[in-house]
Design a binder for this molecule. Structure first.
Ligand SMILES: *[C@@H]1O[C@H](CO)[C@@H](O)[C@H](O)[C@H]1NC(C)=O
Ligand SMILES: *[C@@H]1O[C@H](CO)[C@@H](O)[C@H](O)[C@H]1NC(C)=O
Ligand SMILES: *[C@@H]1O[C@H](CO)[C@@H](O)[C@H](O)[C@H]1NC(C)=O
Length: 397
């Protein structure tokens, strides 16, 4: 054993003394490492140099983990990593990316984690993240993404997480998620101002999809058209504006649909029919400035609780089209008129129009204060900050 080691050492010494052989060995055994990179091993390479322009071509095809953080990449062309088929983890943080061309990540069957954060990227182009099979996460937080084009993720499936947090996304365009299948969770940023009709068309199989802190003028017809198999779809903590007739048309197979803690200016029609196949529909903690005009809920379980709704003079609270649950009048509250605000619908029912005599001074004072309250509901779609102010105002009193 000792003898054999000695022989090996001797052979090495001889080889190393012959420069041409040494070069030969270096090129066959040790993959070349680009000057801006540190090759920690055959499978792990770090190129964190701002002098690196573009994806290095001369990397070993056996690289599994590659970081190009802080490189100066600018534009990723199609098939940019096709020479690195073993890649499992790819980090492109802070690498000055402004554009990702269609199919940039094609040919990476084992890619599991992809990070692109802190870059000046403003648009996710069509097919930019297409054809990523079996990836577990695509993390796109802290970029300047304002727009996701249709089919950006087409053909990508079996993914745990797509995170778009902390991006200035204002609009979700039609078909932005078409062709994306079986995602556990998609995380959206706050501040979305427009969901186009069919924004989620062709998105199939999502565990959780939460849309929160939006500021919409209205929830348009067909917003969720063509979206199927959703575990939980939540519209929360948002200014939803007016819910237009047909907003949920074409949405299919949802375990839980939640509309929680939103400000809603009006509801033209709230309709979930058999064909929507929604198992549970929860409407909780919303502030509705007007009673819905029409409600059709063909849903297995309905929860309508803790909402603040208009209490109209002389009108039976159970005449509200939302009065579809047993304890509706006990579990929901008046948002207006001021006199009965915060009281349960049932307890306020008789009080709204009563009190022409002794109660009138208080009622008049309340009407005076009511002007202030009313002025917080402008006719134009109010901004979210205003919503929060309104809700705070209403719940504090
Ligand atoms: C980023 O790219 C722009 C051109 O798109 C270039 O002008 C700038 O110098 C780059 N910045 C860094 C830090 O590489
Ligand atoms: C898919 O990813 C999982 C881990 O997330 C891995 O165990 C499996 O081998 C991958 N399948 C293929 C075909 O690469
Ligand atoms: C239910 O929806 C599917 C898909 O949107 C459609 O093809 C079908 O005609 C609808 N059925 C009814 C009864 O509306």
């Amino acid at each position: 054993m000792v003898l054999r080691s000695l022989v090996v050492v001797a052979v090495w010494t001889v080889l190393l003394h012959v420069p041409t052989h040494a070069e030969l060995l270096a090129s066959t055994l040790v993959p070349s490492c680009p000057p801006q990179c540190i090759c920690l091993s055959q499978s792990q390479v770090v190129c964190n140099s701002a002098t690196l322009r573009g994806v290095p071509a001369a990397l070993s095809p056996s690289v599994m983990q590659l970081s190009l953080s802080r490189a100066d990449l600018r534009v990723l062309r199609s098939d940019a990593f096709a020479h690195l088929r073993q890649l499992r983890r790819l980090s492109l943080d802070a690498c000055n990316l402004t554009r990702i061309k269609p199919f940039a990540f094609r040919g990476l069957p084992r890619l599991n984690e992809l990070y692109i954060q802190h870059s000046p990227l403003t648009t996710v182009d069509a097919f930019a993240f297409a054809a990523l099979q079996n990836i577990s996460s695509i993390v796109l937080t802290y970029n300047k993404i304002a727009q996701i084009e249709g089919y950006a993720f087409a053909g990508t499936n079996f993914i745990k997480l797509i995170s778009l947090r902390n991006n200035p996304i204002k609009r979700i365009l039609a078909h932005a998620f078409s062709g994306l299948n079986d995602v556990n969770q998609i995380e959206f940023p706050s501040g979305i101002r427009s969901l186009e009709p069919q924004a989620f068309a062709g998105l199939e199989g999502v565990g959780v999809l939460e849309l929160a802190y939006m500021d919409l003028p209205s929830l348009l017809p067909d917003t969720f058209f063509g979206m199927t198999r959703i575990g939980r779809l939540a519209l929360r903590e948002s200014d939803l504006g007016v819910i237009r007739a047909g907003a949920f048309d074409g949405l299919r197979y949802v375990d839980i649909l939640e509309v929680c803690n939103n400000k809603i200016d009006g509801v033209e029609e709230l309709s979930l029919v058999r064909n929507n196949s929604v198992r549970t529909f929860k409407v909780t903690g919303n502030h509705m400035l007007e009673s819905p005009e029409a409600v059709v809920l063909e849903v297995d379980n309905i929860v309508i609780r803790g909402n603040h709704l208009p209490c109209e003079c002389g009108r039976d609270p159970l005449a509200n089209p939302l009065a579809l649950t047993q304890d509706f009048a006990d579990e929901n509250y008046c948002i207006s008129p001021l006199k009965v605000r915060g009281r349960s619908l049932s307890s306020a029912a008789g009080a709204v129009c009563r009190g022409e005599g002794g109660g009138s001074a208080r009622a008049r004072a309340a009407v005076g204060a009511g002007h202030a309250a009313r002025s917080v509901y402008p006719l134009a779609p109010p901004r979210l900050t205003l919503t929060i102010a309104t809700i705070a105002f209403l719940t504090n009193s």
